[in-house]
Design a protein around this ligand. Sequence first.
Ligand SMILES: [Zn+2]
Length: 241
Amino acid sequence: MNWYYAREGRQVGPVSEEDLTAQAASGVVRADTLVWREGMQGWQPYGSVIGGTAGQPTCSQCGRAFPTDDMLRFGERWVCAECKPAFVQGLKEGVITPGQFVYGGFWIRFGALIIDVIILSVIRLILWLPLMLRIFSAPEEAQSLGFIGIQMLVNLIDFLIRIGYGTYFVGRFGATPGKMACGLKVVQMDGGKVSYPRALARSFAKVLSGLILGIGFLMAAFDEEKRTLHDRICETRVVKA
Ligand SMILES: [Zn+2]
């Protein structure tokens, strides 16, 4: 039996039923993921197709639905009998599974940010030192360039460095050097890796978070999932690596 499922707005498949179950177990296919196979009227959530009846809770681990009596509840999550041993083991080991992250708290993220700011300042210094020395040694020449013009150029290039820094490190390694040093990484909502385009968008959103007294950053302190404004905009989470 060939199945198709929706992922990030695209259709994936055909895959065998075993493959689909494996994808569900790994968290790629979730209870609310739309699936389809020949003979079905239309696309339906995986949770309602496998194991069947609507209204039954779906296992947060394998995505299958079972009667309430056959399942265990862990906070907001339901876990079926089959998945329980692995789930409990995962909890004990603090392993991160989709939907169950260990979030990076406000202060550790603040520490990571400070490290990144220091690194960026060093980069800035190395980059601008030659220019600064030239301005001091030849003030007339600098004046002819126009002080405001230089100021704007400096700001623009600083901005591009910040964007490039966040995009490269998060896109490539899932974390900036500051986050790596603090044992944090940026992931997508489903626990997956952040792509370069998303890392780029997040870098821009981060600049936005820094505006208005850094309220965008402070939001992490009051959010259950420790999300900053840029995490909200880009649907990312910062978790312990
Ligand atoms: Zn299960």
